[in-house]
Structure formats: C-alpha cells, structure tokens
Design a protein around this ligand. Sequence first.
Ligand code: ARG
Length: 588
Amino acid sequence: MCYACAMKLEAMLDEVGRRALREALDLTEDAPALLRPTQDARFGDYQLNAAMALAKKLKRPPRELAGALAERLQGEPAIASAEVAGPGFVNLTLDDTWLAARLGEDLRDHDADGVPPVAKPETIVVDFSSPNIAKQMHVGHLRSTILGDAVVRLLRQVGHHVIGDNHLGDWGTQFGLLIVGMREWGDEAKLESEPVDELERVYKLARARAKEDEDFAESARAELAKLQTGDAANLALWERFVAATRHTLDAIYARLGVTFDEWLGESAYHELLPGVVKTLEERGLAREDQGALCVFWGELADAPPKLKKQKEPFIVRKRDGAFLYSTTDIATILVRRDRFEADRSIYVVGSPQALHFQQLFALAKMLDVDMRLEHVGFGAILGDDGKVLRTRDGKAVRLSDLLDEAEERSLKRIEEARAEGVLRIPEEDVAAAAHAIGIGAVKYADLSQNRLSDYRFDWDRMISFKGNAGPYLQYNYARVRSIFRKAELDMQRFEAELRLDEALERVLARRLARFGDVVHRAAEQAEPHLVAEHLYELARGYSAFYKEHTILGAEGATRASRLALTALTGRQLKRGLGLLGVDVIERM
Ligand code: ARG
C-alpha cells in the first residue's frame, strides 16, 4: 500500500486530490488541488481549495463542486474523512492507521528520517558570510554566516549539489589606504601579534586623513592601482594583510562550526574584469560618462521597468580606471556559470544591498545568463534601544566578544540550573555543554526569526530552557536520549509498529508527519525559521504527550509504539537542529 514512500506528504495528498478532482468533475485537463495545511485542528488536517477556484470557470456553485470532490475522496486509504466546509472548502482528516504506517516508514528511513530527496538535484552556489579583509568580523556578518550555513545544510539535505563560497572583500579601495597607512603609522610588532586590531587602527587613521588631505588620498589611489597592476612590494603587503585576517576568521568559523567549499574572494576575479567591461560596452549595455563606464537603466530597452526609473547609473569602472564591487560580481556570475556549471546562485547578504542585486541580476539576464539568481536578504540585529546592536560605548559589537559572552552566560545558567537540580549535566561535560548551549542559543535566536525582519538581541530569552529557544530544544532532545538509555535501546535504530490510540498521540503524529514538507519548504524558500517553528511545536507536542502518558511504564505494543513516537521526535530534533547548525547534547 506504499504509494507514497519516497514522496513528501503534501505532494502525495496533492496528487490524491488532483486525481479525485479530475474524476469527480470529469475534467479533461489537470487542475491544481490547492492543498494547504489547516491552521486549526477542528477543521481537519489539510484543506483542498480547488472547488473555489474552479467554480467560476465551470460555472457551477463551489459547494456543489466541493461535494462531488469530497465524495470521490471517500475510501482513499490516507483519508479518514473529507468534508465540505464554508463556501466550498474540503477539509481532510488523515486516517490514523494510514498515518501510523506512514510514520513507520519514516522510522525505517535511517538515513534521512523521512526527508525525501528532490526529483531534480541542482548545482547551487551559496555565497555567504563574505566579510571584508582587514576588518574585525562584526555582528552584521553573524546573520549572513549562520543563515548562509543553514541554507547550505538545508539544500544539501534535500539532495542538491551545494557549493558554499566565502566571497571575501579582499580587493577593494581599503587596500590603497592600508598600504599608505601602514607606511605612515604601522607598528610591525603589532602587525605580528594582533594583526586585525592593528590593521583596523591604521585603516581608521588613513581614512580620516584621506578625507582632509587630497594628496594623501591621491597616493592611496596610486598604491591601489599599483597593487592591482601587480606591483610586487604592494602584493606582498596585501598578502600579509589577507593572511592575518584569514587567521582570525578561521578561528571564528571554527567556533561557529561553519565551513566553506570555496574561498573565492573578490581578488580571484581580478584578471577577468577588463573583459567583463569590454563585453558590456560591446553589447551596448554600458557607456562612458565623465570618464566612468556606467549602465544607465533608462536608456536600455530591455531593462526591467522597475529599474528604468532608476536615475543613478550602475558604475562598472571608475574614472581613474578602478573596477568596483559590481564589476567583480558580474565576473563572479560568469565563473559560477562556466566553471561550476551552477543552476542557481544564492546571495545571503543584508537587505540594504537589495538594489545592488536587483541591478546585478538584471544585467546578468541581459548578458543571457540563464542561471537562477536569488538575493536572500535579512534584517538587522537590534539592541535594547531598538537601534542596530552596539556596545555600551557605541562601537560595533565584535563577533568574537559576542561569542565569548554567549559561552560565559550559558555556563552561568548551567551552573545555576545544576544547583537547582533542574539540569543533570555531568561535571566533565559542563564545558562542552556551555559551548553547545551558548553558541546554539545565539544561532537559534537568529534562525527562528523570519529572516527579513529585524530582531532584538535578548540574552535572557535566548539562553533559556523554556519557550522558543535553542536550549529548550536541546533539553527536549536530551530527554529523549535519557528515555532510550533507561530502556537500553538504540534511538536511531529503534523499530516498532505505531498505534495512535490517544488524542495526544494523534496530535504528535500529525506534527511528526510534516517534517519532510517543512524541510523542503525551508530549503526552497531559504527560510530556516520554518524548521525552527516545526521543532518548537514538536517539542511542545511531545512534552504534552510525555506529561500525560507513561512511556517506559506502558506495556507491550503500547510501550513499543510510544517509544517509536519518542524515537521519531528525538531524530527530528537532532536532524532539525543539525540543519540549523545547532549541536545536540546527550545528557542534560
Ligand atoms: N563583502 C560584502 C560586504 O561585507 C558582501 C559580499 C556579498 N557577496 C557578493 N557576491 N556581493 O558587504
């Protein structure tokens, strides 16, 4: 009876609905079933909205169409009842026996816990983190880093070939300033011992001086030009700056558990830029204006209407011959297409850069690039005052300081909870747990938000064993582990027949059955918060069940079935948290 094994639940129900629709209404062509999960369990589990959409076209009352559809669905093994509701919806309630069998299949899916692979795997480049060299990583890069990492994990989970690329800002105007600045104020010893601090200090001085002193600014530009045309001395300095920053970055990524497949910074595309600019000119997409080479959207017939009104041009070469961020990004697209043969390229970059990407993608299209290009934007992290998060003295918060604080606070909370007897983390595991809980809390707080909104950074809510927070989910996972330790069974391998006799078991089963759909939707829409939401609801559903019913105290088939529900819960928590880059803890 397994017509659904390798299929997501919603896809399968959708197909059932579609077939019933065609047969019930004698349609000659397929019409979408318009399946949605219901918001309120009183209206069943899923809803088909097709009748409403078809009524106009078929010139028949929607309720009548819905009635025919509902009737046709009687006897479907997956569906216990199909009822017409409201002006013409069909509410579906899943059949418990069918659902139990379906979850049994997920239980046996040891490799993917019921998340099927996509039918057509694609090659996808995810451009994320991408900080600028010679600067400390600030909290602004935190979101790109952890969101991007989650997007990579999600897309990989559903079977795509994913290339995570750190597009470092390692070739911009800052290097001209750094080179002249180092000559003027540089401290060799500090460049060795605390390279990034030293580079930042010098950069600030140089930038301030360049604002007031035109000769200084001019010499910075000249040094940049020398660097970009291959001057050996400047290249050697540049390499030192890059290596020093790389070192600091590596330490942060290791702490966050984030890795990349490629580190193709802006400098990697340097040699391609003259060719890119030439192509743009030849194709009539860019023209000179006061010495600079620009794309004027209003002058291009094929430009998207939204950009045509854009007065400011998209500059691809400055008056002094220097190329820009935008030029590099065009070259990058071509490389991703030609060298990586990517079907899609995803940019996880803050929403303030939306216009840059709109212009970039429009230009790529006019260059006949047929790769799906997507900007995955995100909002800001705010402090208590509702403004972008800063330190008390108004400076940008350093990522490394923030992570230190996360681990310190988590350690404190753990010690308190151990003293109260709420947590039972063994002494020797406390340090590792403080790391997993602290870093996990920061990541979860970020990833559980809709990425487009700004959110307020709140330590107390974030490091909490209650409510929608990372530690609460880690705690729920550890509880599952503890049950399996007591039962002396292997959670990952446990198999049993499921039976859904109790109301709370039926609620929990419905939540568990959604996992595959949730992961796919989150991957497709680059929305990790959908996974977070699922895990939180799952943990709540499981807790309610756990409070009401004994698991290890039950007998025979009931005990086995409850252990199966527990195993599925644990496995989804583990896999789901893993998709968010949050580590689980075995004992808490
Ligand atoms: N380095 C840039 C910044 O810090 C982000 C780069 C994003 N990636 C890209 N291909 N433009 O703002």
